[in-house]
Design a protein around this ligand. Structure first.
Ligand SMILES: *Cc1c(COP(=O)(O)O)cnc(C)c1O
Length: 396
């Protein structure tokens, strides 16, 4: 078997595409003007920033003046949540609703707000990793300032009933924000049609560079300024624009959000072949709903192994994968997402996430399906937990 290099961790980050890089390059050395300057070099930069804003807006059904550039998805989440809390908290609305399995950019923000005197309700998810919109409805109160529910989960890829949740929020006159960092470019999004008030997105998950993101804020919502200073981003987020990154994000959004159905038609069968192939191994289970999930995501728990060991072995075979989210690995706590769908600690520890795109070919899928059983057999043969399991002894 010839060693391959397979990048199956696009949920962690993606490579900058050639198209994006080419669009960015002139903005480092030739079109380097400050977008606030009056001369042509500056006016050109201003124009390119506004073109990028229009592209980002068009890709999600927004108006350009509803898009604010930020430095990342985490910043967008922080701004939407803390900004809303600041504004509505003053009017006595000190209750926020989110889910138990959000990204830490949301969860650590709501935990911070709890320390500031806000009350937060964490809506549960079912064993398939889906939120029931009625559970959201049931916890909305008079003093609820915001509902923030992620569009698609970064670990198990499940896609939430965003339109239904948004409709409930609208009916109850509560603002609705969604962290759509994983969904953008993989799911059709139209913020106006879907009734979304605020949406976070990030460049590096869709082939733009790391360190650029955007927040969509529906017209009429007055979010407090995030950074005080110059007049950039209509005075709401001061600081000289990162023109190359912004231009790159515009191109990446345009590119990622077209042909979504065609891309899914290529990726989904490969993803399903990976799922079915890995589930052939005994004592494995798919995490997250089989159909309501991102086209390229699979997350499987493999009993009797440690996720970290599995990743290191896969790396020796040239396969980049993840176990839980990159943010939590390095710590020994099992993923809060896997625990939220009811997995026991020891099962959550042995989980594998692959997130593939079209560049992972059918031959790559064959290779992965050849490598994984070998590696799993090897790890299980060395595992005291597996030995006990096979003898029918308790290992907890
Ligand atoms: C990656 C990710 C983020 C954070 O985005 P950054 O640009 O890395 O800050 C937030 N939410 C979700 C769901 C993500 O997958």
């Amino acid at each position: 078997m010839e060693k391959r290099f397979i990048y199956a961790d696009n949920a962690a980050t993606t490579a900058v595409s050639e198209e994006v890089l080419n669009a960015m390059l002139p903005h480092f050395r030739t079109s380097y003007g400050n977008a606030s300057s009056i001369y042509e070099l500056g006016r050109n930069a201003q124009r390119d920033v506004e073109n990028a804003r229009a592209k980002v807006a068009a890709a999600i059904g927004a108006e350009p003046n509803e898009i604010f550039f930020t430095s990342c998805g985490s910043e967008s989440d922080n701004w939407a949540i803390k900004g809303t809390a600041e504004r509505l908290g003053k009017k006595g609305k000190k209750h926020i609703i989110t889910s138990v399995f959000e990204h830490h950019a949301v969860l650590h923000t709501t935990e911070y707000l709890e320390k500031q005197g806000f009350e937060v309700t964490y809506v549960p998810v079912d064993e398939k990793g889906l939120i029931n919109p009625e559970d959201v409805r049931n916890v909305i109160r008079e003093d609820t300032a915001l509902v923030t529910i992620m569009y698609a989960n970064n670990e198990i890829g499940t896609i939430q009933p965003i339109e239904e949740i948004a409709a409930i929020c609208r009916e109850k006159k509560v603002l609705f924000h969604t962290d759509a960092v994983q969904a953008v470019g993989h799911v059709e999004i139209d913020v106006h049609k879907q009734g979304i008030d605020m949406l976070s997105l990030s460049g590096h998950k869709i082939h733009a560079q790391k360190g650029i993101g955007a927040l969509y804020v529906r017209k009429g919502i007055a979010l407090p300024n995030l950074i005080h200073g110059g007049g950039q981003e209509r005075g709401k987020r001061a600081g000289t624009e990162n023109v190359p990154a912004i231009v790159g994000l515009g191109v990446a959004m345009e590119s990622a959000c077209k042909n979504i159905a065609e891309k899914a038609a290529v990726i989904t069968p490969r993803r399903n072949r990976l799922i079915d192939g890995i589930l052939q191994l005994p004592y494995t289970r798919l995490n997250g709903d089989r159909d309501k999930r991102l086209p390229g995501n699979l997350n499987i728990s493999i009993e009797g192994i440690e996720g970290e060991s599995l990743l290191l072995m896969l790396d020796m075979y040239g396969i980049c994968a993840s176990s839980g989210s990159a943010c939590t690995s390095g710590s020994l706590d099992p993923s809060h997402v896997l625990l939220s769908i009811g997995l026991k600690h020891e099962i959550a520890h042995g989980s594998l996430r692959l997130s593939i795109e079209e560049d992972v070919t059918d031959e790559d899928v064959d290779y992965i399906l050849e490598v994984i059983p070998k590696v799993v057999d090897r790890l299980r043969s060395m595992s005291p937990v597996w030995e006990k399991m096979m003898k029918g002894e308790s290992y907890e």
